[in-house]
Structure formats: C-alpha cells, structure tokens
Design a protein around this ligand. Structure first.
Ligand code: NDP
Length: 392
C-alpha cells in the first residue's frame, strides 16, 4: 500500500511556497507531489518540479508555456499554463494542499482544492477576507479541512486547542509595525516602494512586505481572524510588538493570556499545518529568552496606519465589503509600486472605493459566492483605478 501523502503547492515559486518545499524536500520519501504551480517564474518551477518529481507543473502566465515545456523536456512531468490549467491542477486529488498564491487570484484554486476534500493549508489570507463565509461553509460541509498558515492565525489556532471558544474574551494579533514604524508621519509622503519592501523581521514576498509597512497586511489579518474563528470584531485587538516573537495571544474569561512565542520563521506555521494534528520536530531556530532580553509593545496608532480603522469598518459591514477592500487595496498597491500614488494615498484610495461601492445599492449585502466576489472585485478595481486617475 502507498502511504505517502499526496501534496500540491499552489504558489510554489513564492516565499511561502519555497519554505513549504524546504520542509517537503527534507522527507521526500513521505510525499507524492501532485501539482506545483507558479505565476511566471518558469526556472524555479521547473527546478522544483524535477527535484520533487511532481506529476504536473503549471504557470499562470500563458505565454510561459513553451519555456516551461522546454525546461521540463525529458523529465516526464506534465507542463501546463493559464488560469484554467491552474484550477484543474488545484482540483487533482490530494491529501494536503498549500494555498500560497498571492492576492485574490488565490481564492478559486484554494476553494476548489477544499471542495475536492483536501486539507487546505491557507497562507492566502485574501481567501478569507474576500470569501470567508464561503470558505468556512465549504469546510463545515465536510468537503475538506482548513488549516491556518498565517503565523498569527496558526498561533491562535494552537492556543485554542482543547479550549472552549465561549471562554475566549479577546484575541490579540501582534504587528511588527513594518518598515516605517519609527518614521516621522510627515516623511511617509516621500516613502519609496524599495524602502517599504524592506521588512525589519520577516523575509517575505514584495507585496506582503509593503502591506506590512502600511498595515494593510494586519488589516487583512484582523478580517481573517473574524472569519476564521467566528468571533465578534470587538474582541479582536492589535498591538505593535517590534520584536515579532509573540505571534498572537488569546485571552480567556479567567484573565489568562495564552501567547504563542517563537522565532519569526514561517516554517513553523507551515510545518504545524503539514503535520497537523501531530506536533513534529521542525528545523526552526529555537528562541533564547535571555539573549532576547526583552519584548516591547506599543499601541497600533490608526493615524499612522489608517488601514486598521478601515478593517474595523469592513468587519462590521461584512458581506462583500472584504472583497472590495482587498481589490481596492491590491489596485492601490500596484499604483504605489508603479509610482503613480504616494504611500499614504493607498489608504485614501481604498476608503474612497469602499464609499463608492457602498453607494451602489445593495451590492455589498449580496451573498458571498464565487461569482459575486468576482463581480465585487472587478468593480472595486475599476473604482480604485478611477480614483487614482482623478487624483486626491
Ligand atoms: P510571493 O509574492 O513570494 O509569491 C506569490 C506566489 O504566487 C508565487 O508563486 C507567484 O508566482 C504566484 N502568483 C502571483 N500571481 C499569480 C497569479 N495571478 N496566478 C497564479 N499564481 C500567481 O508571496 P508570499 O509567498 O509572500 O505570499 C503568498 C501568500 O501567503 C499571500 O497571500 C500572503 O499574504 C500570504 N502570507 C505570506 C507570508 C510570508 O511570510 N511570505 C506570511 C503569511 C501569509 P511567480 O513568483 O512565479 O510569479
């Protein structure tokens, strides 16, 4: 009998994908790799598909297919390209699937894998922000299992093992504060994408690192917390913790606060999801408390990080507002990266897009289905582009 676990990695060429491959490659005898997918990085995708002997490698970019075919020639590994091929690969039977495509593009592939009955390790927080009720319902219907991979949500998930959710008083999500946490507010207007993409503690992809500096990443995580754990938004707090050693805390009704503490290394949360429900040894550095010496905390100021205020509004509104928030954020982020808008303007664009969308009568309350999310996403991107074009 073949007792290897069938594994797929969506977004294999990215930061989370590579950390996942690092863990899988340490025990190749335990896994059958079904599908690896990438966006456009053919060289890395082909290298890893060959090393892990995957069944299929898929690039999202259609025009990259000839290059992928050439890189895989003689390996016996199937090459495919385009959105439909990506979805088809995500649906191939697998026991465990890593959802690590960046942005709203990761929603449908992850959802399809979940519907196919896989345990879905969810790094793609946008799935929960845009379609939390749909993801949770799919998991509840018994079609698959959802496991959090965002370090904060993995921390909360672990702190809740054996606990009763009704005894939870609050969930505290920590934030490093990103690249500009100590900058004078008036300097933010001149911040460049390169400066924003330098994270003080975590080694991550470009987009999420810039989102850390603006705290749009934390905003997404607050919404994800509400959706994942089904708790009241008023019970979710954020605190700036520059050392990033505590990833989240859960406060209970007896006053106890359970913290998840460890070195900032995503292989912990990925490994926890990979081996769940077991806890197994992982190759992560151990935290030496004496060397660390101290941990500090500061309030998360909504003047500096208006994304946090917007996240509260989205959590209260619910419905499709998460999809609008995320799509407007992704569009504004493109605008910042391409030099069309300033760093602080991103929050303004998202706020205006949310306001415009709310004015389009009833759409925000529509049922959270894949089609409605796609529609809201499309409209929000249009609004955000217009707002950027019209200027402040
Ligand atoms: P990266 O930017 O490093 O990687 C993104 C991956 O998605 C790459 O494989 C990329 O392919 C692929 N991709 C990009 N666009 C598309 C598309 N349109 N269709 C299909 N594939 C695409 O991101 P991260 O690994 O940092 O983040 C991935 C997800 O995990 C995000 O949702 C992020 O918020 C979340 N996350 C990340 C953490 C981290 O530490 N990095 C921590 C917690 C959550 P290619 O590179 O080949 O173009």
């Amino acid at each position: 009998m073949n007792d290897k676990r069938r594994i797929s990695i969506l977004g294999a060429t990215g930061s989370i994908g590579q950390s996942t491959i690092d863990l899988i490659a340490r025990a190749p005898e335990s896994y059958d790799v079904v599908a690896l997918t990438g966006g456009r990085n053919v060289a890395a995708l082909a290298r890893d598909a060959i090393a892990l002997n995957a069944d299929v490698a898929v690039v999202a970019e259609d025009s990259a297919l000839p290059a992928l075919r050439e890189a895989l020639a003689g390996s016996g590994i199937e090459a495919a390209a385009g959105r439909a091929a990506l979805i088809e690969a995500a649906q191939r039977p697998a026991d465990w699937v890593m959802s690590a495509i960046v942005g709203a593009a990761g929603l449908e592939p992850g959802l399809r894998a979940l519907q196919g009955g896989a345990a879905l390790a969810l790094a793609n927080k946008e799935s929960m922000v845009c379609a939390g009720p749909l993801m949770m319902q799919t998991a509840r219907d018994g079609q698959g299992t959802l496991l959090p991979v965002d370090s904060e949500h993995s921390a909360v998930f672990q702190a809740l093992i054996g606990e009763d959710l009704t005894a939870v008083e609050r969930i505290v999500i920590t934030a490093s504060g990103g690249a500009f946490r100590d900058w004078p507010l008036e300097d933010l207007e001149k911040a460049t994408p390169a400066q924003a993409a330098t994270h003080p503690n975590w080694d991550m992809g470009q987009r999420i690192t810039i989102d850390s500096a603006s705290m749009f990443n934390k905003a997404l995580e607050l919404i994800e917390t509400k959706e994942f754990f089904g708790i009241d938004p008023g019970m979710i707090e954020t605190v700036v913790h520059p050392e990033s050693m505590i990833h989240a805390l859960v406060g209970f009704n007896d006053g106890a606060l359970m913290a998840h503490v460890g070195m900032p290394d995503m292989r912990h949360a990925i490994g926890f999801a990979l081996h769940y429900p077991e806890r197994r040894a992982l190759p992560v550095e151990r935290l030496d408390l004496v060397t660390l010496g101290q941990m500090t905390f500061r309030p998360a100021c909504e003047m500096r990080w208006p994304a946090l205020r917007l996240a509260r509004e989205v959590m209260e509104t619910g419905g499709l507002s998460g999809a609008v928030f995320n799509a407007a954020k992704e569009t504004a982020l493109d605008g910042f990266i391409e030099g069309r808008i300033s760093f602080p303007r991103m929050a303004g664009v998202v706020e205006e897009a949310l306001t415009r969308f709310s004015a389009t009568g009833g759409l925000i309350d529509a049922e959270v289905t894949l089609d409605n999310v796609a529609h809201a996403d499309h409209l929000a991107r249009q609004h955000a582009s217009e707002i950027m074009r019209d200027g402040p």
